[in-house]
Each structure stands twice: as C-alpha cells, then as structure tokens.
Design a protein around this ligand. Structure first.
Ligand SMILES: [Cu+2]
Length: 206
C-alpha cells in the first residue's frame, strides 16, 4: 500500500508538470524544465524573454511549420502571431476555428496559413504564442520567436510527422463565403474527458 500511495503521489506530481512543449520553431525556453522558474501558467509567454535575433527561426513568408509535444489526453490549441521585435500583442490568429487536439504525443502541422494581407516582408521579425486549454478552462502558454525570410522553408514531410494517436480538428467550421457560418462542433469534443483523468495519471507514471 505504501508503494501504491507513492505511485499516486508521483503521478499527481507529474500531472502538474505535464503541460506541453514546442519542438519547432525553437521555443524561448524549456519551460518544462524543473531547473528554471518559468511557468506555463503565466501569460503571455510563460515568463520567458524574447530570444536574441540569431536564435530566431526563419519562417517562409507564406507560413511555416509548427511541431508540438502534447502531454495531455486532449486539449484545445490556438496559435497567435504578433509582429515586431518585442511582441506584446499577439493579435493575429493562425488557428481560426480553434483546434481540438486529442491524444498525447507529437502534433506537427507542415504549413500554417497566414492571415491575408499580413504586413510582412523579408526580414520581418515576429513571435508565435502557443496556447493550450483543457477542461478546467485555464490556459498554458509558450512562445517562439521567428523571422520571416523569403528563402526559408517549412519542415519536410519526413521531419513533420504527427504521432498516430494524435488527432486535430477545428472546433468551429470555417465561415461560409455567403456569410452564414456553420458552427459545427467536433464529435471528439462532445465526449467527456473526465473519466480519462485517472487513466492519464497512471499512464504518465509508466
Ligand atoms: Cu499540464
């Protein structure tokens, strides 16, 4: 029984630290590391400062790749873009409709679509804000700094692989051109995640 209690405690401790990581573009800091004071609960970027220019990831002017390491059983994901050297306002969304991601593991999207008429040129600096939110409604934050480059490329399809168990779908269907919006809820969203919490806790401890 002592061992059992220990496993439960260890699982609970890991749940607190699970959250998510950014594998691409290079994130500002490893906010999962217990050797730093960054907290993914902190808006807008987990307390991590902007990277120096030579560490910004080059991104194509038509949109680049993102690769996340999701540790939760399911989560809503949204990615915002802010333009400039030292972004405080992430006012462009790159995930219209909001993503519902199920299954934990690697989620890779080879090319995110940029908003139309985005005022960027070769060399424009920008930052990406990654937000995930679960059933409690609280959000987790991480950021990555990029520079738009005419000669930048996306990850290749062999570099950008989503784990078999990970699925993603927009929560709200894209707006129709007629102006009538179809607010369709994703099927996966309707299934309750509450029953999975215990399974998830033990899954993490393995
Ligand atoms: Cu977590």
């Amino acid at each position: 029984m002592v061992v059992g209690a220990f496993v439960l405690l260890a699982a609970a401790a890991q749940l607190v630290n699970a959250h998510f990581g950014i594998e691409y573009p290079k994130w500002r800091a490893d906010t999962l590391s217990s050797s730093t004071n960054f907290s993914q609960w902190d808006y807008p970027c987990a307390g991590a400062p902007t990277l120096p220019d030579n560490e910004r990831t080059p991104w194509p002017l038509t949109g680049g790749s993102v690769k996340l390491d999701l540790h939760h059983k399911w989560t809503y994901v949204f990615i915002n873009l802010g333009l400039g050297e030292n972004v405080t306002n992430f006012n462009y969304t790159l995930t219209p409709g909001l993503w519902n991601s199920t299954g934990n593991g690697t989620l890779c999207v080879q090319q995110l679509t940029l908003p139309t008429n985005l005022p960027i040129v070769d060399g424009s600096k920008a930052s990406l804000q990654f937000v995930t939110s679960g059933d409690s409604g609280s959000a987790l934050y991480n950021c990555a700094d990029i520079v738009f480059k005419a000669n930048a490329t996306t990850l290749s399809s062999s570099e950008c692989v989503t784990d078999a168990g990970v699925k993603v779908a927009p929560v709200v269907a894209a707006q129709q051109k007629s102006g009538a919006s179809t607010a369709g809820l994703n099927k996966a969203m309707l299934s309750s995640a509450a029953g999975l919490a215990v399974v998830f806790a033990f899954g993490l401890s393995l």
